[in-house]
Design a binder for this molecule. Structure first.
Ligand code: HEM
Length: 398
């Protein structure tokens, strides 16, 4: 039997789900790379080692049968390395550039935020994850892919069934038939969108011109990856930002100042990455930061830990929207798989906060229902309750 050291056999899933940060701080004190039996994998703890691992797609692969999403969608950019990865990703590079995203999505996101706030502004209270962050992220991805807005409920239903199937597979099940059926229905909707796409009418349509190297099935798989990549994580990113601003009573001060808001977005991304970890698999026996990793082992890149590496970020547990180097976080990864949607995600977060401030400047956390991020891989508060004075209400609560 291979002995794996250093080992941290005291780590529990419960701690990692509820509040991983004290555990991760202890792991960093042990080493840059630590075997964690409860995860059946090596956790990379420091910022420098995580960045190096993200760039090393020869030693650490994403092309592995244990990668569950790929079993439903078939090959996509998310599960390919090297030149095969470039072939899948290249058509999407141009439409996802910062200037292209700003031009295409600024008004659309702002209007969607207004529409969502309209649905609850008169109530004096709302749960901002399910009433704002989630529907905003979903609607923007449906727009991005040129899918039919009228079919939004169907699309989100397929999405939920595919996520459920992936969870069952991660727990050891074969691909569930329901997940296959939901993916087939989604693939049909993408086919319709592709057939009716006019040049530049959506991000997917804009990618079509450069996508001659991809088959229709491959294009569909990449569209699915975009949908999954863009909903859960962006909902989590906006939810975590709202949590940090409201819990610290900083909402109005930050929302009123565009420079501070940009700083707060980066600082929130640093402090609580909505995707906390990435999985990789060792292609050969590896030496990583002096630790021997046997071929085939799972290597878990922990952005949550890298982002609180005290050698890069002094006082790392503190939320400080003025932190000068917050942008050095690892939340969108780096290297070949660096997040394609980061400009869109940041734009949505900015529009969500400025829209809320425009309409509900006195928004504050509901002290009777505090929020707290939760989750092993995807982390966000299950609920963010906020209140504000409405016409005729008594703001002092007397
Ligand atoms: C509009 C929103 C988003 C879209 C469309 C999107 C899309 C994508 C896509 C397509 C990839 C795969 C790139 C590749 O394999 O070459 C990716 C990677 C990634 N994204 Fe995003 N993303 C979005 C938002 C986010 C957010 C908010 C986060 C984190 C808070 C995030 C974190 C990541 C990470 C960590 C990776 C690297 C995956 C890996 O290396 O295996 N993304 N994203």
């Amino acid at each position: 039997m291979t002995t794996r050291t250093p080992t941290a056999d005291w780590v529990t899933l419960k701690d990692l789900e509820h509040d991983p940060h004290p555990t991760l701080a202890r792991l960093r004190a042990i080493g840059h790379v630590v075997w964690v039996p409860v995860l059946n994998g090596w956790v990379v703890t420091t910022r420098d080692e995580n960045l190096a691992a993200m760039r090393d797609d020869a030693g650490l692969t994403v092309d592995d049968p244990r990668f569950t999403t790929g079993q439903i969608t078939g090959p996509s950019m998310l599960s390919a390395d090297g030149s095969e990865h470039t072939r899948h990703r290249a058509p999407f590079a141009r439409p996802f550039r910062l200037d292209a995203i700003r031009e295409r999505f600024t008004d659309a996101a702002s209007q969607e935020v207004e529409r969502l706030i309209d649905t609850f502004a008169a109530d004096g209270a709302a749960e901002l994850r399910t009433q704002l962050a989630g529907p905003l992220a979903a609607r923007m991805m449906i727009l991005a892919l040129g899918l039919d807005i009228a079919a939004e409920d169907d699309i989100l239903g397929w999405y939920a069934r595919i996520v459920e199937a992936v969870q069952q597979m991660s727990a050891g099940a074969d691909v569930p038939q329901d997940g296959r059926d939901a993916y087939a229905a989604f693939a049909d909707a993408v086919r319709v969108a592709l057939d009716s796409a006019e040049d530049g009418s959506s991000l997917l349509a804009a990618a079509l011109g450069d996508a001659s190297a991809l088959t229709r099935d491959e294009l569909t798989a990449n569209a699915a990856v975009l949908l999954f990549g863009g909903i859960e994580t962006t909902e989590g990113m906006i939810a975590n930002l709202l949590h940090h601003l409201l819990a610290d009573g900083l909402f109005a001060e930050v929302a009123a100042d565009p420079v501070l808001l940009d700083g707060a977005i980066e600082e929130s991304l640093r402090l609580e990455p909505a995707a906390a970890v990435l999985d990789r698999y060792a292609t050969a026996d590896l030496a990583l930061a002096g630790v021997t990793i046997p071929r085939g082992d799972l290597v878990i890149l922990s952005m949550a830990s890298a982002n609180r590496d005290e050698t890069a970020f002094p006082d790392p547990d503190r939320f400080d929207p003025r932190r000068a180097n917050a942008r050095l976080h690892t939340t969108f990864a780096t290297g070949p798989h660096v997040c394609l949607g980061m400009h869109l995600a940041r734009l949505e977060a900015r529009e969500a906060i400025t829209g809320l401030f425009r309409r509900l400047a006195d928004l504050r956390a509901d002290p009777t229902r505090p929020s707290q991020p939760f989750g092993l891989v995807f982390r966000k508060p299950p609920a963010i309750w906020a209140t504000w004075p409405t016409e005729g209400s008594d703001p002092a609560g007397t």
